[in-house]
Design a protein around this ligand. Structure first.
Ligand code: GTP
Length: 605
């Protein structure tokens, strides 16, 4: 098929607006899959994806479509729809010339619709606006049309109305794709140049790379070079995803397909890399920004004997998700484990769920934190820490206050779309989280788009859930990285009768220090049992210099046995025996017995 009859496109949408359903329908009407299979979403392969109904890993498929008596090759690149996976959307779009912007006829434009629109707009792609789910009883396609017109500056006639579920309007959509999206600007006579835009790990064959052939051609036996590492590989197989891996003799410029070379891991098959033939180098394409981990959490086996099994499970998962960063870590309460970095909270959730489902791993996951930056002064300090600017991933490593010049925390640009009756509540929520409003735009007569700058730290825990809760699920939220900003931070330490518990050390914004310290002290009070003496739980700042919260646990002996006053001696002995047995499962901090799960309860998400 000549380049002029190739179309590379993507479907972008807010979560649940019907991307996967539409992708399946397109595969079905082009007879890429048979209609019997129609209820399983072909492109969503992972178990978590099926369970949660969200697409995690982008999947590509090739379909053939007859138009005006000629055969066209349409390459559909499926993209995930959630905030954390924006980097995957951006990377998939690089291989496209156009997108279908899908909007639910009932829910209308949502935060992610806007984010996705701008990703496509910045790349100057042709955008086909499509309203989906017009079969729904309470569909409001006319109102949604107005939203699309006002926000994205589209012509009314250009907006298509479809039902991905029933197939209404999908034929017309295929025609639009052929008519409106241009073919790739590719030259088959030039030397081979390929864009590696996705990769995954196959147990038997190593890394499989999704490649858009920009120029030239590539076939089995060719020797190629990966531009970022200048490493040489030999092509073992080329093919298209139809929708499963289907080997072809050759891949030609304009096409999108897969290659298998002797790349062992997805790290070698680096997304964004340019491939070319040995001895005919080309100018590499601008690579993608590597995905940045923004949320960190500790992961530990529930039982230390499962350490190796858990390590293997994590290694296996990372083969398919090179955006997770892994650092070994240990904690007195939790033992040996890791500190993992994720792109966002959903990314973390999905990873942990996969760990659980695919590997049966029993794990403890600690509350997440964000990376901070600090600058320090004093030649000696700088030498000791190996630089004047430090990135703090683990609160324990937060330096002494006296040596800090300035602290910085990561910020995000947040977009909230909501019915206007909730504006007041949302403003309160955002300001309570140290957010600053930037903009408020009506997208129709009752829905508003709010823009605000927020500290990432304030949204990683429960911002989204709170927002959903206070708006009965009607508000949507999306965010993008907005760099680091100056801030005031304080390290909080926790002590039990003067003994520091390192695993509880945390960093908080100056305005939250007291509330936060109180909360943890209260939790400790609830989870540490009474003992024979008084236990003072203290939260301190300035390395123990200043106490900011305190709770006492009263001694138990009198209280517990008081009930048995003058009672049966054996019962009393039994009770004391049970207590001494329990002690074996305790960790000693000074002379205090702390049950292992007390800290876990405090640390856990
Ligand atoms: P992510 O992959 O998580 O981004 O979701 P998605 O956009 O792929 O959504 P998906 O295709 O999974 O559809 C979400 C829900 O909407 C499913 O329950 C679909 O059955 C339903 N749905 C999709 N298209 C239509 C439609 O045209 N009409 C109706 N009534 N329901 C639809």
């Amino acid at each position: 098929i000549p380049v002029e009859r190739i179309r590379n496109f993507s479907i972008i949408a807010h979560v649940d607006h019907g991307k996967s359903t539409l992708a399946d329908r397109l595969l079905e009407i082009t007879e890429t899959i048979s209609a019997q299979k129609k209820n399983e979403q072909v492109l969503d392969k992972l178990q978590v994806e099926r369970e949660r109904g969200i697409t995690v890993k982008a999947q590509t498929a090739t379909l053939f479509y007859d138009y005006n008596g000629e055969k066209y090759m349409l390459n559909l690149i499926d993209t995930p729809g959630h905030v954390d996976f924006n980097y995957e959307v951006a990377r998939s779009l690089t291989a496209c010339q156009g997108v279908i912007l899908l909007v639910d006829a009932n829910q209308g434009i949502q935060a992610q619709t806007v984010a996705n629109f701008y990703l496509a707009f910045e790349k100057e792609l042709v955008i086909i606006p499509v309203i989906n789910k017009i079969d729904l009883k309470n569909a409001k396609p006319e109102q949604v049309k107005l939203q699309i017109q006002s926000l994205f500056d589209c012509k009314k006639e250009d907006i298509l109305k479809i039902s991905a579920k029933l197939g209404t309007g999908t034929d017309e959509l295929l025609q639009r794709i052929v008519e409106q999206i241009p073919p790739p600007e590719s030259d088959r006579k030039k030397p081979f140049k390929g864009l590696l835009f996705d990769s995954w790990y196959d147990k038997y064959r190593g890394a499989v790379a999704n490649v858009a052939i920009i120029d030239g051609q590539v076939k089995k036996g060719d020797k190629i070079i990966a531009a970022h590492s200048m490493k040489q590989y030999e092509i073992q197989e080329t093919g298209i995803l139809y929708p499963d891996q289907t080997p072809t003799n050759i891949l030609l410029a304009g096409q999108v397909g897969y290659i298998i070379a002797n790349m062992k891991t997805t790290k070698e098959a680096q997304v964004g890399d340019t491939l070319f033939h040995l001895n005919s180098p080309v100018e590499p394409l601008p690579g993608f920004k590597p995905a940045k981990a923004m949320v960190f959490a500790g992961i530990y086996p529930t039982d230390q004997s499962e350490f190796n099994a858990l390590r293997q499970a994590i290694e296996r998962l990372i083969l398919n998700d090179s955006s997770v960063t892994v650092i070994k870590d240990s904690s007195p309460a939790l033992g040996q484990g890791w500190r993992l970095g994720f792109l966002g909270l959903l990314h973390m959730d999905v990873f942990c769920q996969r760990l659980d489902q695919e590997h049966n791993a029993n794990v403890i996951i600690t509350a997440p934190n964000v990376p901070y930056k600090v600058t320090i002064h004093g030649a000696k300090n700088i030498k000791q820490y190996g630089g004047a600017e430090l990135t703090i991933l683990n609160p324990v490593h937060f330096p002494d206050k006296q040596m800090i010049t300035m602290c910085y925390e990561p910020m995000v640009n947040g977009t909230i779309i909501t019915p206007d009756e909730y504006i007041g509540d949302i403003m309160k929520l955002v300001m309570g989280r140290r957010g600053v409003f930037k903009e408020q735009i009506y997208i129709d007569d009752s829905r508003v788009m709010l823009k605000a700058i927020l500290p990432l730290n304030e949204i990683v825990i429960d911002f989204y859930d709170t927002l959903k809760g206070m708006t009965s699920g009607y508000a949507s939220f999306d965010y993008e990285d907005s760099g680091f900003e100056e801030t005031s931070l304080e390290k909080i330490d926790f002590q039990l009768n003067g003994q520091r518990c390192e695993e509880l050390t945390c960093i908080a914004h100056i305005s939250n220090v007291r509330t936060f310290a109180k909360k943890i002290c209260n939790k400790l009070k609830e989870t540490i049992p009474q003992q024979q003496f008084l236990i003072a739980i203290q939260a301190t700042v300035n390395d123990g210099g200043k106490i900011i919260a305190r709770e006492d646990i009263k001694p138990y002996r009198k209280d517990v046995t008081a009930k048995l006053y003058g009672g049966d001696v054996t019962r009393r002995q039994k009770l004391l025996k049970r207590q001494s047995e329990g002690k074996k499962r305790m960790r000693k901090i000074g002379n205090i017995d702390v049950p292992r799960d007390a800290f876990i309860k405090v640390l856990k998400r």
